[in-house]
Design a protein around this ligand. Structure first.
Ligand SMILES: Nc1ncnc2c1ncn2[C@@H]1O[C@H](COP(=O)(O)OP(=O)(O)OP(=O)(O)O)[C@@H](O)[C@H]1O
Length: 586
Protein backbone atom coordinates (compact mmCIF):
# COMPACT_ATOMS: atom_id res chain seq x y z
CA UNK A 1 0.00 0.00 0.00
CA UNK A 2 1.37 3.44 -0.85
CA UNK A 3 0.92 6.53 1.32
CA UNK A 4 -2.20 7.69 -0.47
CA UNK A 5 -3.87 4.30 -0.18
CA UNK A 6 -2.96 4.16 3.47
CA UNK A 7 -4.45 7.58 4.12
CA UNK A 8 -7.62 6.55 2.31
CA UNK A 9 -7.88 3.33 4.32
CA UNK A 10 -7.52 5.09 7.66
CA UNK A 11 -9.82 7.91 6.60
CA UNK A 12 -12.52 5.27 6.04
CA UNK A 13 -12.16 4.26 9.68
CA UNK A 14 -11.51 7.62 11.30
CA UNK A 15 -13.61 9.88 9.12
CA UNK A 16 -12.18 13.31 8.79
CA UNK A 17 -10.66 13.45 12.25
CA UNK A 18 -7.44 15.15 11.26
CA UNK A 19 -5.94 14.90 14.74
CA UNK A 20 -6.36 11.15 14.84
CA UNK A 21 -5.14 10.74 11.25
CA UNK A 22 -2.07 12.91 11.86
CA UNK A 23 -1.16 10.69 14.77
CA UNK A 24 -1.73 7.41 12.95
CA UNK A 25 0.20 8.47 9.85
CA UNK A 26 2.96 10.34 11.70
CA UNK A 27 6.55 9.20 11.24
CA UNK A 28 7.73 10.71 14.53
CA UNK A 29 9.47 8.25 16.85
CA UNK A 30 8.34 9.65 20.18
CA UNK A 31 4.78 10.78 20.59
CA UNK A 32 2.52 11.59 23.51
CA UNK A 33 -1.21 11.53 22.84
CA UNK A 34 -3.56 12.95 25.40
CA UNK A 35 -7.33 13.19 25.05
CA UNK A 36 -10.49 13.29 27.14
CA UNK A 37 -12.62 10.19 27.64
CA UNK A 38 -14.41 9.12 24.47
CA UNK A 39 -12.13 10.98 22.02
CA UNK A 40 -10.84 7.85 20.34
CA UNK A 41 -7.51 7.05 22.02
CA UNK A 42 -8.13 3.31 22.00
CA UNK A 43 -9.46 3.37 18.45
CA UNK A 44 -6.46 5.38 17.23
CA UNK A 45 -4.05 3.15 19.12
CA UNK A 46 -5.36 0.10 17.29
CA UNK A 47 -4.94 1.88 13.94
CA UNK A 48 -1.46 3.09 14.86
CA UNK A 49 -0.36 -0.47 15.52
CA UNK A 50 -1.93 -1.58 12.25
CA UNK A 51 -0.15 1.26 10.43
CA UNK A 52 3.17 0.25 11.97
CA UNK A 53 2.73 -3.36 10.94
CA UNK A 54 1.73 -2.45 7.39
CA UNK A 55 4.44 0.14 6.78
CA UNK A 56 7.38 -1.53 8.50
CA UNK A 57 7.17 -4.92 6.99
CA UNK A 58 8.16 -6.50 10.26
CA UNK A 59 10.52 -9.39 10.25
CA UNK A 60 9.45 -12.29 12.39
CA UNK A 61 12.00 -11.51 15.06
CA UNK A 62 10.82 -7.95 15.62
CA UNK A 63 7.67 -6.96 17.35
CA UNK A 64 5.49 -4.25 18.79
CA UNK A 65 4.84 -4.15 22.50
CA UNK A 66 1.53 -2.69 23.68
CA UNK A 67 1.42 -2.09 27.41
CA UNK A 68 -1.10 -0.76 29.82
CA UNK A 69 -1.36 -0.39 33.57
CA UNK A 70 -4.67 -2.16 33.99
CA UNK A 71 -5.22 -5.78 33.09
CA UNK A 72 -8.72 -5.00 31.87
CA UNK A 73 -7.43 -2.58 29.30
CA UNK A 74 -4.72 -4.99 28.14
CA UNK A 75 -7.32 -7.66 27.47
CA UNK A 76 -9.52 -5.24 25.54
CA UNK A 77 -6.71 -3.87 23.39
CA UNK A 78 -5.53 -7.34 22.51
CA UNK A 79 -9.03 -8.35 21.53
CA UNK A 80 -9.70 -5.21 19.48
CA UNK A 81 -6.43 -5.51 17.61
CA UNK A 82 -7.06 -9.15 16.80
CA UNK A 83 -10.43 -8.27 15.37
CA UNK A 84 -9.53 -5.08 13.54
CA UNK A 85 -6.22 -5.93 11.92
CA UNK A 86 -7.44 -8.61 9.52
CA UNK A 87 -10.20 -6.26 8.35
CA UNK A 88 -7.80 -3.38 7.87
CA UNK A 89 -5.25 -5.47 6.08
CA UNK A 90 -7.84 -7.18 3.94
CA UNK A 91 -6.66 -10.64 4.98
CA UNK A 92 -8.70 -13.18 6.88
CA UNK A 93 -7.01 -14.81 9.86
CA UNK A 94 -4.04 -12.49 9.91
CA UNK A 95 -1.52 -13.90 12.38
CA UNK A 96 -1.20 -10.98 14.76
CA UNK A 97 0.65 -12.88 17.47
CA UNK A 98 3.75 -12.88 15.29
CA UNK A 99 3.99 -9.13 15.42
CA UNK A 100 2.53 -8.01 18.63
CA UNK A 101 2.73 -8.58 22.36
CA UNK A 102 0.01 -7.05 24.49
CA UNK A 103 0.31 -7.07 28.23
CA UNK A 104 0.15 -5.08 31.40
CA UNK A 105 3.37 -4.16 33.18
CA UNK A 106 3.26 -7.11 35.56
CA UNK A 107 2.32 -9.58 32.84
CA UNK A 108 5.25 -8.45 30.74
CA UNK A 109 7.70 -8.49 33.66
CA UNK A 110 6.48 -11.97 34.48
CA UNK A 111 7.24 -13.04 30.92
CA UNK A 112 10.80 -11.71 31.27
CA UNK A 113 11.24 -13.63 34.51
CA UNK A 114 9.88 -16.80 32.92
CA UNK A 115 12.35 -16.47 30.05
CA UNK A 116 15.49 -15.25 31.75
CA UNK A 117 14.77 -15.55 35.48
CA UNK A 118 17.07 -18.57 35.83
CA UNK A 119 19.96 -16.06 35.74
CA UNK A 120 18.79 -14.85 39.13
CA UNK A 121 17.44 -18.06 40.65
CA UNK A 122 16.80 -21.61 39.50
CA UNK A 123 13.24 -21.59 40.84
CA UNK A 124 12.16 -19.14 38.14
CA UNK A 125 12.01 -22.12 35.80
CA UNK A 126 8.71 -22.85 37.58
CA UNK A 127 7.44 -19.30 37.82
CA UNK A 128 3.91 -20.40 36.98
CA UNK A 129 3.77 -22.20 40.33
CA UNK A 130 4.81 -19.11 42.30
CA UNK A 131 2.42 -17.58 44.81
CA UNK A 132 2.06 -13.86 44.16
CA UNK A 133 1.40 -11.65 47.17
CA UNK A 134 1.28 -8.00 48.07
CA UNK A 135 3.70 -6.32 50.48
CA UNK A 136 1.22 -6.29 53.34
CA UNK A 137 0.06 -9.88 53.00
CA UNK A 138 -0.17 -11.85 56.26
CA UNK A 139 1.60 -14.71 54.45
CA UNK A 140 4.86 -12.79 54.76
CA UNK A 141 4.85 -13.29 58.54
CA UNK A 142 5.41 -17.00 58.01
CA UNK A 143 8.67 -16.51 56.13
CA UNK A 144 10.16 -13.12 57.02
CA UNK A 145 11.29 -11.44 60.25
CA UNK A 146 9.65 -8.15 61.17
CA UNK A 147 12.58 -6.05 60.03
CA UNK A 148 12.36 -7.57 56.56
CA UNK A 149 8.62 -7.12 56.43
CA UNK A 150 9.15 -3.46 57.29
CA UNK A 151 11.52 -3.00 54.35
CA UNK A 152 8.91 -4.42 51.97
CA UNK A 153 6.10 -2.36 53.47
CA UNK A 154 8.15 0.84 53.53
CA UNK A 155 9.23 0.40 49.95
CA UNK A 156 5.62 -0.03 48.87
CA UNK A 157 4.58 2.93 51.00
CA UNK A 158 7.29 5.13 49.47
CA UNK A 159 5.97 4.34 45.99
CA UNK A 160 2.45 5.22 47.04
CA UNK A 161 3.57 8.43 48.73
CA UNK A 162 5.71 9.41 45.76
CA UNK A 163 8.82 9.46 47.95
CA UNK A 164 11.15 8.40 45.15
CA UNK A 165 14.35 9.02 47.15
CA UNK A 166 13.20 6.61 49.83
CA UNK A 167 12.15 4.09 47.19
CA UNK A 168 15.62 4.27 45.62
CA UNK A 169 17.21 3.85 49.06
CA UNK A 170 15.20 0.73 49.89
CA UNK A 171 15.30 -0.88 46.47
CA UNK A 172 18.52 -2.91 47.01
CA UNK A 173 17.38 -4.38 50.35
CA UNK A 174 13.95 -5.16 48.89
CA UNK A 175 15.51 -7.12 46.01
CA UNK A 176 17.81 -9.01 48.43
CA UNK A 177 14.93 -10.07 50.63
CA UNK A 178 12.81 -11.24 47.72
CA UNK A 179 15.66 -13.16 46.12
CA UNK A 180 17.03 -14.81 49.25
CA UNK A 181 13.88 -15.38 51.30
CA UNK A 182 10.85 -15.50 49.02
CA UNK A 183 11.94 -16.85 45.65
CA UNK A 184 13.48 -20.00 47.23
CA UNK A 185 10.00 -20.69 48.61
CA UNK A 186 8.28 -19.99 45.29
CA UNK A 187 6.79 -16.75 46.55
CA UNK A 188 7.06 -13.36 44.91
CA UNK A 189 5.58 -9.94 45.61
CA UNK A 190 3.96 -7.78 42.91
CA UNK A 191 6.64 -5.11 43.29
CA UNK A 192 9.22 -7.92 43.33
CA UNK A 193 8.09 -9.06 39.88
CA UNK A 194 8.93 -5.64 38.40
CA UNK A 195 12.12 -5.18 40.41
CA UNK A 196 13.57 -8.55 39.48
CA UNK A 197 12.60 -8.13 35.83
CA UNK A 198 14.51 -4.83 36.00
CA UNK A 199 17.53 -6.67 37.39
CA UNK A 200 17.41 -8.91 34.35
CA UNK A 201 17.03 -5.98 31.96
CA UNK A 202 20.07 -4.40 33.58
CA UNK A 203 22.20 -7.13 31.98
CA UNK A 204 23.44 -5.31 28.94
CA UNK A 205 23.07 -8.17 26.46
CA UNK A 206 19.44 -8.80 27.44
CA UNK A 207 18.57 -5.14 27.46
CA UNK A 208 20.12 -4.62 24.04
CA UNK A 209 18.16 -7.58 22.74
CA UNK A 210 14.82 -6.17 23.94
CA UNK A 211 15.62 -2.71 22.61
CA UNK A 212 16.02 -4.24 19.17
CA UNK A 213 13.28 -6.82 19.55
CA UNK A 214 10.59 -4.27 20.31
CA UNK A 215 10.64 -1.79 17.47
CA UNK A 216 7.76 0.11 18.95
CA UNK A 217 6.43 0.31 22.47
CA UNK A 218 2.98 1.80 22.83
CA UNK A 219 1.54 2.42 26.25
CA UNK A 220 -2.11 3.12 26.96
CA UNK A 221 -3.52 4.58 30.18
CA UNK A 222 -0.05 5.91 30.81
CA UNK A 223 -1.45 8.31 33.43
CA UNK A 224 -1.73 5.37 35.86
CA UNK A 225 1.97 4.49 35.71
CA UNK A 226 3.81 4.53 39.02
CA UNK A 227 7.49 5.20 39.71
CA UNK A 228 8.47 1.54 39.68
CA UNK A 229 6.59 0.72 36.46
CA UNK A 230 8.13 3.80 34.86
CA UNK A 231 11.65 2.65 35.75
CA UNK A 232 10.82 -0.76 34.31
CA UNK A 233 9.42 0.75 31.14
CA UNK A 234 12.41 3.03 30.60
CA UNK A 235 14.68 -0.01 30.40
CA UNK A 236 12.91 -1.31 27.33
CA UNK A 237 12.17 1.84 25.43
CA UNK A 238 15.47 3.68 25.27
CA UNK A 239 16.16 3.40 21.58
CA UNK A 240 12.79 2.47 20.15
CA UNK A 241 9.71 4.18 18.93
CA UNK A 242 7.72 5.14 21.97
CA UNK A 243 4.09 6.18 22.07
CA UNK A 244 2.45 7.13 25.33
CA UNK A 245 -1.30 7.61 25.43
CA UNK A 246 -3.75 8.59 28.11
CA UNK A 247 -5.48 11.33 29.98
CA UNK A 248 -4.02 12.93 33.11
CA UNK A 249 -7.51 13.63 34.34
CA UNK A 250 -8.45 9.94 34.33
CA UNK A 251 -5.65 9.12 36.80
CA UNK A 252 -7.56 7.10 39.37
CA UNK A 253 -4.73 5.02 40.76
CA UNK A 254 -2.99 7.87 42.52
CA UNK A 255 -3.38 5.86 45.73
CA UNK A 256 -1.02 3.31 44.17
CA UNK A 257 1.49 6.04 43.42
CA UNK A 258 0.68 7.06 39.84
CA UNK A 259 3.24 9.76 39.01
CA UNK A 260 1.64 13.25 38.81
CA UNK A 261 1.89 15.24 35.56
CA UNK A 262 3.61 12.32 33.95
CA UNK A 263 2.90 13.42 30.38
CA UNK A 264 4.56 16.81 30.84
CA UNK A 265 7.53 15.15 32.54
CA UNK A 266 8.02 12.71 29.69
CA UNK A 267 7.55 15.42 27.10
CA UNK A 268 10.30 17.51 28.66
CA UNK A 269 12.73 14.77 29.66
CA UNK A 270 12.51 12.67 26.53
CA UNK A 271 11.76 15.36 24.00
CA UNK A 272 8.50 13.77 22.90
CA UNK A 273 6.03 15.28 20.49
CA UNK A 274 2.72 16.10 22.23
CA UNK A 275 -0.49 15.52 20.25
CA UNK A 276 -4.09 15.97 21.35
CA UNK A 277 -7.47 14.59 20.25
CA UNK A 278 -10.32 16.98 20.87
CA UNK A 279 -13.42 15.56 19.21
CA UNK A 280 -15.60 13.72 21.69
CA UNK A 281 -17.43 10.82 20.01
CA UNK A 282 -19.04 9.26 23.07
CA UNK A 283 -21.10 12.39 23.74
CA UNK A 284 -21.33 13.69 20.22
CA UNK A 285 -25.16 13.75 20.30
CA UNK A 286 -25.44 14.69 23.94
CA UNK A 287 -24.93 18.38 24.58
CA UNK A 288 -25.38 18.18 28.35
CA UNK A 289 -22.85 15.42 28.88
CA UNK A 290 -20.39 17.12 26.59
CA UNK A 291 -20.73 20.33 28.54
CA UNK A 292 -20.29 18.53 31.86
CA UNK A 293 -17.22 16.76 30.52
CA UNK A 294 -15.61 19.99 29.44
CA UNK A 295 -16.68 21.77 32.66
CA UNK A 296 -14.89 19.21 34.85
CA UNK A 297 -11.81 19.22 32.68
CA UNK A 298 -11.75 23.00 33.03
CA UNK A 299 -11.88 22.75 36.84
CA UNK A 300 -8.61 20.83 36.69
CA UNK A 301 -6.88 23.87 35.25
CA UNK A 302 -8.28 26.35 37.76
CA UNK A 303 -7.39 25.38 41.33
CA UNK A 304 -6.12 28.81 42.42
CA UNK A 305 -8.55 30.71 40.32
CA UNK A 306 -11.69 28.78 40.83
CA UNK A 307 -13.87 31.75 41.74
CA UNK A 308 -13.40 33.28 38.32
CA UNK A 309 -14.20 30.03 36.58
CA UNK A 310 -16.40 30.89 33.66
CA UNK A 311 -17.73 27.59 32.34
CA UNK A 312 -21.13 26.30 33.37
CA UNK A 313 -22.72 22.87 33.30
CA UNK A 314 -25.85 21.09 34.46
CA UNK A 315 -25.79 18.04 36.65
CA UNK A 316 -28.66 15.77 37.73
CA UNK A 317 -28.80 15.46 41.49
CA UNK A 318 -31.39 14.54 44.12
CA UNK A 319 -31.07 14.63 47.89
CA UNK A 320 -32.99 12.27 50.24
CA UNK A 321 -33.55 12.15 53.97
CA UNK A 322 -32.62 8.51 54.42
CA UNK A 323 -30.37 5.93 52.81
CA UNK A 324 -33.37 3.73 52.29
CA UNK A 325 -35.27 6.54 50.57
CA UNK A 326 -32.32 7.11 48.26
CA UNK A 327 -32.06 3.43 47.37
CA UNK A 328 -35.85 3.13 46.86
CA UNK A 329 -35.78 6.11 44.50
CA UNK A 330 -32.97 4.64 42.40
CA UNK A 331 -34.79 1.33 42.17
CA UNK A 332 -38.01 3.00 40.96
CA UNK A 333 -36.29 5.44 38.66
CA UNK A 334 -34.19 2.90 36.85
CA UNK A 335 -37.29 0.90 35.92
CA UNK A 336 -38.21 3.54 33.39
CA UNK A 337 -35.01 2.82 31.50
CA UNK A 338 -35.02 -0.93 31.83
CA UNK A 339 -38.58 -1.10 30.53
CA UNK A 340 -37.41 0.95 27.55
CA UNK A 341 -34.77 -1.70 26.95
CA UNK A 342 -31.82 0.44 28.00
CA UNK A 343 -29.00 -0.72 30.22
CA UNK A 344 -28.18 0.92 33.50
CA UNK A 345 -25.22 0.81 35.87
CA UNK A 346 -25.11 1.91 39.48
CA UNK A 347 -21.52 2.76 40.33
CA UNK A 348 -20.26 2.83 43.91
CA UNK A 349 -17.15 4.45 45.33
CA UNK A 350 -16.75 1.37 47.56
CA UNK A 351 -18.63 -1.88 47.56
CA UNK A 352 -19.81 -1.65 51.19
CA UNK A 353 -22.03 1.28 50.13
CA UNK A 354 -24.25 -0.94 47.97
CA UNK A 355 -26.13 -2.91 50.64
CA UNK A 356 -29.32 -0.77 50.79
CA UNK A 357 -29.83 -0.92 47.07
CA UNK A 358 -29.06 -4.64 46.91
CA UNK A 359 -31.71 -5.31 49.58
CA UNK A 360 -34.32 -3.37 47.66
CA UNK A 361 -33.50 -4.93 44.30
CA UNK A 362 -33.67 -8.39 45.85
CA UNK A 363 -36.88 -7.69 47.73
CA UNK A 364 -38.48 -6.54 44.49
CA UNK A 365 -37.04 -9.45 42.55
CA UNK A 366 -35.22 -7.20 40.10
CA UNK A 367 -32.61 -9.09 38.13
CA UNK A 368 -29.23 -7.43 38.33
CA UNK A 369 -25.61 -8.26 37.79
CA UNK A 370 -23.50 -7.97 40.91
CA UNK A 371 -20.06 -6.83 39.76
CA UNK A 372 -19.00 -5.54 43.15
CA UNK A 373 -15.60 -7.12 43.36
CA UNK A 374 -12.23 -5.47 43.44
CA UNK A 375 -8.94 -6.47 41.80
CA UNK A 376 -7.45 -7.27 45.18
CA UNK A 377 -10.31 -9.48 46.48
CA UNK A 378 -8.66 -12.82 47.33
CA UNK A 379 -11.78 -14.66 46.14
CA UNK A 380 -11.75 -12.83 42.84
CA UNK A 381 -8.11 -13.81 42.32
CA UNK A 382 -8.68 -17.42 43.47
CA UNK A 383 -11.56 -17.86 41.04
CA UNK A 384 -9.31 -16.91 38.12
CA UNK A 385 -6.52 -19.19 39.28
CA UNK A 386 -8.80 -22.22 39.64
CA UNK A 387 -10.63 -21.50 36.38
CA UNK A 388 -7.32 -21.18 34.54
CA UNK A 389 -6.00 -24.46 35.90
CA UNK A 390 -9.18 -26.36 35.11
CA UNK A 391 -9.43 -24.81 31.65
CA UNK A 392 -5.84 -25.76 30.76
CA UNK A 393 -6.42 -29.35 31.95
CA UNK A 394 -9.76 -29.77 30.25
CA UNK A 395 -8.79 -28.31 26.90
CA UNK A 396 -5.74 -30.59 26.83
CA UNK A 397 -2.94 -30.59 24.31
CA UNK A 398 -5.42 -30.02 21.50
CA UNK A 399 -6.37 -26.73 23.14
CA UNK A 400 -9.99 -27.53 22.45
CA UNK A 401 -12.77 -25.17 23.49
CA UNK A 402 -15.62 -27.42 22.41
CA UNK A 403 -19.02 -27.40 24.13
CA UNK A 404 -17.98 -30.50 26.07
CA UNK A 405 -14.85 -28.77 27.35
CA UNK A 406 -16.80 -25.66 28.37
CA UNK A 407 -19.44 -27.72 30.20
CA UNK A 408 -16.77 -29.70 31.94
CA UNK A 409 -14.84 -26.56 33.01
CA UNK A 410 -17.99 -25.10 34.52
CA UNK A 411 -18.89 -28.37 36.25
CA UNK A 412 -15.43 -28.77 37.80
CA UNK A 413 -15.33 -25.16 38.89
CA UNK A 414 -18.75 -25.52 40.51
CA UNK A 415 -17.51 -28.53 42.40
CA UNK A 416 -14.71 -26.37 43.84
CA UNK A 417 -17.04 -23.56 44.86
CA UNK A 418 -16.57 -24.08 48.61
CA UNK A 419 -12.80 -23.78 48.34
CA UNK A 420 -13.03 -20.53 46.39
CA UNK A 421 -15.61 -18.52 48.33
CA UNK A 422 -18.63 -18.88 50.52
CA UNK A 423 -20.07 -15.76 48.99
CA UNK A 424 -22.70 -17.29 46.72
CA UNK A 425 -23.48 -14.02 44.89
CA UNK A 426 -19.86 -13.37 44.06
CA UNK A 427 -19.34 -16.89 42.82
CA UNK A 428 -22.44 -16.74 40.61
CA UNK A 429 -21.37 -13.39 39.16
CA UNK A 430 -17.93 -14.71 38.36
CA UNK A 431 -19.45 -17.82 36.77
CA UNK A 432 -21.55 -15.57 34.55
CA UNK A 433 -18.49 -13.61 33.50
CA UNK A 434 -16.70 -16.85 32.74
CA UNK A 435 -19.69 -17.95 30.67
CA UNK A 436 -19.54 -14.65 28.79
CA UNK A 437 -15.81 -15.10 28.21
CA UNK A 438 -16.19 -18.61 26.86
CA UNK A 439 -19.23 -17.79 24.74
CA UNK A 440 -17.98 -14.54 23.24
CA UNK A 441 -14.58 -16.04 22.52
CA UNK A 442 -16.05 -19.19 20.99
CA UNK A 443 -18.25 -17.09 18.70
CA UNK A 444 -15.35 -15.04 17.34
CA UNK A 445 -14.09 -15.37 13.84
CA UNK A 446 -10.54 -16.28 14.86
CA UNK A 447 -8.53 -19.51 14.92
CA UNK A 448 -8.95 -22.05 17.75
CA UNK A 449 -5.41 -21.32 18.86
CA UNK A 450 -6.22 -17.61 19.17
CA UNK A 451 -9.44 -18.35 21.04
CA UNK A 452 -7.50 -20.51 23.44
CA UNK A 453 -4.91 -17.77 23.95
CA UNK A 454 -7.60 -15.14 24.53
CA UNK A 455 -9.18 -17.22 27.29
CA UNK A 456 -5.82 -17.98 28.91
CA UNK A 457 -4.90 -14.30 28.71
CA UNK A 458 -8.09 -13.11 30.41
CA UNK A 459 -7.91 -15.69 33.18
CA UNK A 460 -4.22 -15.32 33.89
CA UNK A 461 -4.60 -11.55 34.08
CA UNK A 462 -7.57 -11.64 36.44
CA UNK A 463 -9.56 -9.63 33.95
CA UNK A 464 -12.99 -11.28 33.87
CA UNK A 465 -14.40 -7.94 35.05
CA UNK A 466 -13.86 -6.58 31.58
CA UNK A 467 -16.60 -8.84 30.33
CA UNK A 468 -19.20 -6.93 32.33
CA UNK A 469 -20.46 -5.16 29.23
CA UNK A 470 -21.09 -8.58 27.64
CA UNK A 471 -23.42 -9.70 30.41
CA UNK A 472 -26.96 -9.69 29.23
CA UNK A 473 -28.44 -7.96 32.24
CA UNK A 474 -30.03 -4.57 32.17
CA UNK A 475 -28.91 -3.55 35.64
CA UNK A 476 -25.29 -3.73 36.76
CA UNK A 477 -23.89 -2.83 40.16
CA UNK A 478 -20.15 -2.28 40.29
CA UNK A 479 -17.43 -0.02 41.64
CA UNK A 480 -16.30 3.12 39.85
CA UNK A 481 -12.78 1.73 39.54
CA UNK A 482 -14.09 -1.42 37.84
CA UNK A 483 -16.18 0.65 35.44
CA UNK A 484 -13.15 2.23 33.79
CA UNK A 485 -13.20 1.66 30.04
CA UNK A 486 -16.82 0.41 30.09
CA UNK A 487 -20.02 2.26 29.21
CA UNK A 488 -23.78 2.01 29.77
CA UNK A 489 -26.80 3.96 28.51
CA UNK A 490 -27.62 5.42 31.94
CA UNK A 491 -25.50 5.61 35.06
CA UNK A 492 -26.48 6.29 38.70
CA UNK A 493 -23.95 7.52 41.20
CA UNK A 494 -25.34 7.19 44.73
CA UNK A 495 -23.74 8.20 48.05
CA UNK A 496 -22.62 11.65 46.97
CA UNK A 497 -21.77 12.53 50.57
CA UNK A 498 -18.49 13.56 52.11
CA UNK A 499 -16.55 10.72 53.76
CA UNK A 500 -18.20 8.26 51.32
CA UNK A 501 -17.13 10.00 48.12
CA UNK A 502 -14.63 11.62 48.54
CA UNK A 503 -13.63 8.97 51.01
CA UNK A 504 -12.35 9.61 54.47
CA UNK A 505 -9.07 7.94 53.48
CA UNK A 506 -8.52 10.10 50.42
CA UNK A 507 -9.66 13.69 50.79
CA UNK A 508 -12.22 14.25 53.55
CA UNK A 509 -10.11 13.65 56.64
CA UNK A 510 -7.21 15.70 55.27
CA UNK A 511 -9.51 18.48 54.21
CA UNK A 512 -11.25 18.80 57.58
CA UNK A 513 -7.89 18.75 59.37
CA UNK A 514 -6.45 21.47 57.15
CA UNK A 515 -9.41 23.83 57.26
CA UNK A 516 -10.06 23.09 53.64
CA UNK A 517 -13.82 23.22 53.90
CA UNK A 518 -16.84 25.20 55.07
CA UNK A 519 -19.76 23.27 56.50
CA UNK A 520 -23.34 24.19 55.73
CA UNK A 521 -26.55 22.62 56.89
CA UNK A 522 -26.87 20.29 53.97
CA UNK A 523 -23.51 20.33 52.28
CA UNK A 524 -19.80 20.53 52.62
CA UNK A 525 -17.91 23.05 50.51
CA UNK A 526 -14.31 22.69 49.44
CA UNK A 527 -12.29 25.87 50.00
CA UNK A 528 -9.33 25.29 47.67
CA UNK A 529 -6.70 25.92 50.34
CA UNK A 530 -3.05 25.23 49.45
CA UNK A 531 -1.79 21.71 50.02
CA UNK A 532 -4.99 19.90 49.14
CA UNK A 533 -4.73 20.21 45.39
CA UNK A 534 -3.49 16.65 44.73
CA UNK A 535 -6.05 14.77 46.86
CA UNK A 536 -8.86 16.99 45.55
CA UNK A 537 -7.98 16.30 41.93
CA UNK A 538 -7.46 12.66 42.72
CA UNK A 539 -11.09 12.30 43.82
CA UNK A 540 -12.36 14.58 41.07
CA UNK A 541 -10.67 12.20 38.61
CA UNK A 542 -12.64 9.31 40.06
CA UNK A 543 -15.81 11.37 39.62
CA UNK A 544 -14.81 12.21 36.05
CA UNK A 545 -14.32 8.55 35.17
CA UNK A 546 -17.71 7.73 36.71
CA UNK A 547 -19.55 10.54 34.90
CA UNK A 548 -18.08 9.62 31.54
CA UNK A 549 -19.42 6.05 31.69
CA UNK A 550 -23.00 7.11 30.85
CA UNK A 551 -23.71 7.56 27.15
CA UNK A 552 -27.18 9.07 27.58
CA UNK A 553 -27.25 10.50 31.08
CA UNK A 554 -25.87 10.29 34.60
CA UNK A 555 -27.84 10.75 37.83
CA UNK A 556 -26.28 11.59 41.17
CA UNK A 557 -28.00 11.02 44.51
CA UNK A 558 -27.24 11.40 48.20
CA UNK A 559 -28.93 10.92 51.54
CA UNK A 560 -28.67 13.08 54.64
CA UNK A 561 -29.58 10.10 56.79
CA UNK A 562 -27.34 9.52 59.79
CA UNK A 563 -23.90 8.00 59.33
CA UNK A 564 -22.58 5.23 61.60
CA UNK A 565 -21.81 7.83 64.32
CA UNK A 566 -25.34 9.21 64.28
CA UNK A 567 -24.54 12.52 62.53
CA UNK A 568 -26.44 13.66 59.49
CA UNK A 569 -24.36 13.20 56.35
CA UNK A 570 -23.57 16.17 54.13
CA UNK A 571 -23.69 16.43 50.38
CA UNK A 572 -20.15 16.30 49.04
CA UNK A 573 -18.13 19.28 47.87
CA UNK A 574 -18.28 18.33 44.19
CA UNK A 575 -21.87 19.40 44.02
CA UNK A 576 -21.04 22.88 45.27
CA UNK A 577 -18.43 23.61 42.64
CA UNK A 578 -18.90 27.07 41.11
CA UNK A 579 -21.27 27.45 38.15
CA UNK A 580 -22.46 23.87 38.40
CA UNK A 581 -26.22 23.99 38.13
CA UNK A 582 -28.16 21.27 39.91
CA UNK A 583 -31.10 19.86 37.98
CA UNK A 584 -33.38 17.74 40.10
CA UNK A 585 -36.30 16.96 37.87
CA UNK A 586 -35.35 13.47 36.84
N1 LIG B 1 -12.77 9.05 14.32
C1 LIG B 1 -13.85 8.46 14.85
N2 LIG B 1 -14.99 8.36 14.13
C2 LIG B 1 -16.10 7.75 14.66
N3 LIG B 1 -16.16 7.23 15.89
C3 LIG B 1 -15.06 7.29 16.66
C4 LIG B 1 -13.85 7.91 16.18
N4 LIG B 1 -12.94 7.84 17.17
C5 LIG B 1 -13.53 7.21 18.19
N5 LIG B 1 -14.81 6.87 17.89
C6 LIG B 1 -15.77 6.16 18.78
O1 LIG B 1 -15.86 6.87 20.00
C7 LIG B 1 -15.99 5.96 21.11
C8 LIG B 1 -14.88 6.23 22.10
O2 LIG B 1 -13.64 5.89 21.51
P1 LIG B 1 -12.45 5.25 22.37
O3 LIG B 1 -12.99 4.19 23.28
O4 LIG B 1 -11.35 4.91 21.44
O5 LIG B 1 -12.09 6.54 23.23
P2 LIG B 1 -11.05 6.70 24.42
O6 LIG B 1 -10.41 8.03 24.20
O7 LIG B 1 -10.11 5.52 24.46
O8 LIG B 1 -12.02 6.73 25.66
P3 LIG B 1 -11.72 6.43 27.24
O9 LIG B 1 -10.68 7.44 27.65
O10 LIG B 1 -13.04 6.61 27.92
O11 LIG B 1 -11.21 5.00 27.31
C9 LIG B 1 -15.94 4.56 20.52
O12 LIG B 1 -17.26 4.09 20.37
C10 LIG B 1 -15.25 4.78 19.18
O13 LIG B 1 -15.61 3.80 18.22
Amino acid sequence: MNKEELRAKFTEIHGNDQEQLDFILSEENRIIVTAPAGCGKTKAMISKIAHEIITNDYLNNKRILALTFSVNAAAKIREDIKETLPILLGKANYEVDDKLDVSNYHGFANRILRKHGYILHDNFKNINDFIRISDNSGELRKVLVSQEIRVLENYDESLKKLDFKEADRLQGSYIDIVLTKLVPRNIITYNGILLLAMQILDKKAIRDFYKLYYQMVIVDEFQDTNYLALQFLMRIVEANKVILMGDDIQKIYGFLGAVPNIFKKMENEYNMLPMEFRTNYRFKDNKNMKQLDSYIRGIFRNYNNIISYSKTANINFKLFNSDNGEARFIYKDLLKYTTADKNVAILFRAKYLASDLINILEKNKIMYFNGLFEDSDPEYIKFHKEALEIFINESGVRKSISRTVITSVKGKLNAKKQTITNNETMFNSLMRLLDALLDTTKAKNISTEEKYEAIIFTLSNNSLKRLMNEINEQVTLTTIHSSKGLEWDYVYLPNMTSYSFPTSKSLCKLCSKNNGRSLYEKHCKFDFVPGLEEPFYEELSVLYVALTRGKQDVFLTASRGPNQFGYNKKVNCFLTLPKLKIINNF
